[in-house]
Design a protein around this ligand. Sequence first.
Ligand SMILES: [Zn+2]
Length: 346
Amino acid sequence: MRNALGLLLATVVAALAITGVWYWVSKPSAAKAAAQSAAAKPSELTPPPTKVAAKGAKDDVEYTGTVPAKPAASAAAPVQPKSTCANPDALGISRTVVVDTSGGPGFGLDHFKQFDFLADREVVLTFDDGPWPGNTPAVLKALADECTTGIFFSIGKHATYHPEILRLVAAAGHVVGVHTWSHANLNGKKMTDEMAKEELEKGFSAVKFALGANPAPFFRFPQLQHRPSAVAYLGSRNIAMFSCDVDSFDFRSKDADQVVNTVMTGLDKKGKGIILMHDFQKNTALALPTLLRRLKAGGFKVVAMRPKGTLDTLPEYDAMIGQDPKLPTTMTNARPISSVIQTVAQ
Ligand SMILES: [Zn+2]
């Protein structure tokens, strides 16, 4: 009887002990499972954490929770190549927009009113007529010192004279667009549609020749002479057109100070805009360090415009460039502004 009772007690104690051990072991597991399911919910918005799920260890549960935070953190982070910018007070880039050039949208309110995407105090820096020895490298240095970027509308011939300089422009992170083959006035009296087409296409082919890569589908008419049939043609080629808001008139400025004053006066009047300058002009090269400081001091912010894609040049015009022995719209774009140009980083 005592033995039987003792056996019973021993069995009960053993059962309790086993239950206790089971409970001790299982409880943290249940808590861990709950933590896993809770942590997994946010990650449904992100690619599945495959490595984490495969392991299932406690440390990985915490790791799972951090995965969804990464895109949110990066989305809120500032754009910049600021990690490589040595100037803590640089003008920099306030935001980057990507341009869908389908149908040939136009920018610069002097001629194209539809896509008014710049906010007050926002500017876009543009430089025409290069690349050119001395002046273009000086412009590049001034922009690099301020950790900012612009759009360079290259003359095709100049690109073939100095391809190494145009490659420096592209390598520095600027966008390289085109400004015709020979800077011809496309509204000139002797200009035909076929000649205008050749000026456009040879310009793009020459820039491709110089860069060894397709150019941006960005174009500016010489002297802002917008030949209607050429506008329509550029639209059919899905090339964006750039007029301007503030003209530096640097080509007729007597010195660097006059370039700075003309731009700042124009900005005071308009409050924002695409600024037209020439990296071909010595006075602009000399003025740029001061001008960029003035922009910073005036609270102006630089917007970087980048094309969504590049332009496929036409083989028959590419062939014309290679054979030259001298070488080393009427805007009816009905799309809403948000489908043409979007901020991709800020
Ligand atoms: Zn020009």
